[in-house]
Design a protein around this ligand. Structure first.
Ligand SMILES: Nc1nc2c(c(=O)[nH]1)N[C@@H](CN(C=O)c1ccc(C(=O)N[C@@H](CCC(=O)O)C(=O)O)cc1)CN2
Length: 314
């Protein structure tokens, strides 16, 4: 029987823990602060930032949102980020992506102070995740959430499992591969130039797909019993009848793959909700670090069995 991995339930568990620990921090006089910045009117981005700001308030955080017009200049955005870097009430800065084309996204991400980079996109955090320095890093929210979902199904010890990550983005594919490697999986990264993708995906005990191609992964691309994590969120026409109604599908053909997979995330209701929950977790961790308290670790059990191979030569 295939398990449908419920990201809504898992995210509620994370948020419940964040709320508990946020209340505990309040006793010591600390309130986590999250600043969410959006530039422009992209409808999906507006929904996501509204959820982030609302969730932050529900967690007892100091929650501020900056909604800037689509013609905001790069320098204006850098100025805002720098102001937030020095604001003692703010522990997490999130600039919603994508940004309008006149703004160099890389420059904005690097302007965020690494200790407030709760998205985990800044070079310092990227370097920490890439070198297995997970205890002091901010791990990008989507791969962090995907790892928690994988552990709910496969348990904390993933040692020796074959993991295939389809997609090599800086936001999902690369950090996902680093996290699976840190958990002692044998990791393959596939991408648009990969030859015979189906042969590679069929080797996976854990298959993570993050390419933004509707229903790319077919039923016979998946090993029986595999854990399939679908990160894609694609809006497609609901019916081929010319109406403008749309529906959401992932990068995996859910109906076909669920017949062979051992466990699979749905879209919607899989990885998506975890992204926002892990942002709350990262902001809480940042606030704990800021007051010099031992930060909670949402993936403690996973790391406790991990090989410390950070300084191995090979
Ligand atoms: N600064 C960032 N920008 C973006 C990130 C990010 O992590 N940091 N990720 C994505 C968008 N995103 C969060 O920002 C996000 C995407 C999807 C969901 C989600 O819950 N999706 C639902 C479906 C929602 C719908 O109906 O459209 C689901 O999968 O169930 C949450 C957050 C890009 N930008």
């Amino acid at each position: 029987m295939t398990e449908i991995i419920d990201g809504k339930v898992a995210s509620q568990d994370v948020v419940a823990e964040v709320k508990r620990l946020s209340a505990e921090l309040a006793v010591s006089g600390g309130t986590p602060g999250l600043a969410v910045v959006i530039v422009g009117e992209d409808p999906a981005s507006q929904v996501y930032v509204a959820s982030k700001s609302r969730m932050a308030s529900e967690c007892g955080f100091h929650s501020v949102q900056y909604s800037l017009s689509s013609d905001t200049s790069e320098n204006e955005l850098v100025d805002l980020v720098c102001k937030l870097n020095f604001d003692p009430q703010i522990h997490g800065i999130l600039v919603q992506l994508p940004l309008p084309s006149q703004i160099d996204t890389g420059r904005i991400i690097q302007a965020i102070a690494p200790e407030k980079d709760v998205d985990g996109f800044n070079f310092i955090n990227v370097g920490k995740v890439g070198t297995g320095e997970l205890g002091t890093a901010f791990i990008p929210c989507t791969p962090a959430g995907a790892m928690l979902l994988i552990e709910r199904v496969r348990g904390k010890d993933l040692t020796g499992l074959n993991a295939v990550v389809v997609g090599r983005s800086n936001i999902v594919g690369k950090p996902m591969a680093s996290l699976l490697l840190a958990a002692n999986c044998t990791v393959t990264i596939a991408h648009r130039h990969t030859r015979d993708l189906a042969t590679i995906t069929r080797t996976a005990d854990i298959l993570v797909v993050a390419v933004g191609k509707p229903e790319l992964v077919k039923g016979d691309w998946v090993k029986p019993g595999a854990t399939v994590i679908d990160v894609g969120i694609n809006r497609v026409p609901a019916l081929a009848d010319g109406t403008r109604r749309t529906t959401l599908v992932g990068d995996v053909d859910f109906g076909a793959v669920k017949r062979s997979a051992g466990a699979i995330t749905p879209v919607p209701g899989g990885v998506g909700p975890m992204t926002i929950a892990m942002l709350m977790a990262n902001t809480l961790v940042s606030a704990y670090r800021a007051v010099g308290m031992v930060a909670p670790r949402f993936d403690e059990a996973k790391r406790s069995h991990m090989d410390d191979n950070r300084f191995d030569v090979v």
